[in-house]
Each structure stands twice: as C-alpha cells, then as structure tokens.
Design a binder for this molecule. Structure first.
Ligand SMILES: [Mg+2]
Length: 96
C-alpha cells in the first residue's frame, strides 16, 4: 500500500528528529551533561530532552496520519525491548 504525501512528510520529519536525538546523545558523551555551546540557551541535557520531545511529537503525528501505528502496538514493542535489554545489557541503573 502506498503512503500519502502527508504520511511521507511525517516520516521524513520523524527521521530527522531521530537523527537529532543521536546528535544530542553524542554531545553528552563527548562534552558532558551540563556543557553548553557558546551562544546556546540550553545545555546538552536540556537539548537531549527537547529532541526526544520532538521525536515523541512526531510519533503522535505519524499515528494521527494513519500509517497504522497504534498505542497498543507501541506499548507492546516498548515492553518487549525492555525485556530484551534486561537480558543483554551489561550495566544497570544502580551502577555508578
Ligand atoms: Mg529537533
């Protein structure tokens, strides 16, 4: 089934926002949580939070655009991912 122009635009922006989350996470790893680039209002943590919010907004937009994403499907996928990570991650939240 082909997608509409609007669905494609939503997916394009979702891709872009995911890339911005990747960049924001990378900046924290390179420069720290509270580093702030000269001229920037936000520090790296605030920037990551903003970019994740952008992704969440685009997920809502993709749902509204009718490409078939559902709250139930996303929740099922989220729980399955957490279960897999519980088996394969080398670290946990309690570690320093
Ligand atoms: Mg963004």
């Amino acid at each position: 089934m082909k997608i509409t122009e609007h669905q494609e635009e939503c997916l394009n922006i979702l891709q872009e926002e995911c890339a911005e989350v990747t960049q924001a996470a990378s900046k924290i790893k390179r420069f720290g949580l509270n580093n702030r680039r000269e001229g920037d209002v936000n520090d790296n943590l605030q920037n990551l939070e903003m970019e994740i919010g952008d992704v969440l907004a685009m997920i809502d937009m993709c749902k509204d655009a009718g490409i078939g994403l559902t709250d139930e499907g996303l929740e099922r996928a989220k729980l399955a991912k957490k279960k897999r990570l519980g088996q394969w991650m080398n670290t946990n939240a309690g570690e320093k």
